[in-house]
Write a protein that binds this ligand. Structure first.
Ligand SMILES: [Mg+2]
Length: 169
């Protein structure tokens, strides 16, 4: 019982923090559309929104979101200790923990997700380009990978459901 309540609170928190950091469900749904429309001509934005919302219901995903955003915000406020402060603030490429957190999301829907994640992380369309703008004064070291991972996971989910896999609605 109590677990159920706290999961709902966690989901609300994750969604609120994401929108406060400038990322909407629609932004992520657009990434899913970008990844999947070439394989599915009938794909609609409603489908993409649906699968993003389903991914956002997963506890692992909610935990990744709040952990990543918390670290981004603390780095932006310069409240972390050295050397973590500099590492996260400058999005040091060899750090890699941001990607590990993203993989925990991609992993939820199996291995197709990894291909999608790698692709979208290279292309950086839409919201990902905005999150990667190093001149914004904002720090999205974790959030950019998390958003890419949610899109990749939602794409895998969509691909499974299109293949009539009854384990995915
Ligand atoms: Mg990153």
């Amino acid at each position: 019982m109590e677990q159920h309540t706290s999961a709902t609170e966690l989901e609300k928190k994750a969604r609120t923090w994401m929108s406060e950091r400038g990322v909407t469900v629609k932004d992520i749904a657009e990434l899913v559309y970008y990844l999947q429309h070439k394989y599915n001509e009938e794909l609609t934005m409603d489908d993409c929104n649906h699968h993003v919302n389903k991914v956002l219901m997963k506890r692992e995903v909610q935990n990744a979101i709040i952990t990543g955003i918390q670290l981004d915000v603390l780095a932006e406020q310069k409240k972390l200790e050295s050397p973590l402060q500099e590492t996260i603030e400058t999005d040091e490429s060899l750090y890699g923990v941001d990607e590990i957190i993203a993989f925990s999301i991609v992993n939820v829907y199996g291995s197709i997700g990894f291909t999608n994640y790698g692709y979208i992380d290279k292309q950086k369309p839409g919201i990902l380009e905005k999150l990667n703008d190093k001149n914004s004064g904002e720090c999205h070291t974790f959030l950019d990978d998390i958003v890419g991972a949610i899109a990749a996971a939602a794409s895998s989910r969509l691909a499974h459901s299109a293949a009539n896999d009854k384990s995915v609605d």
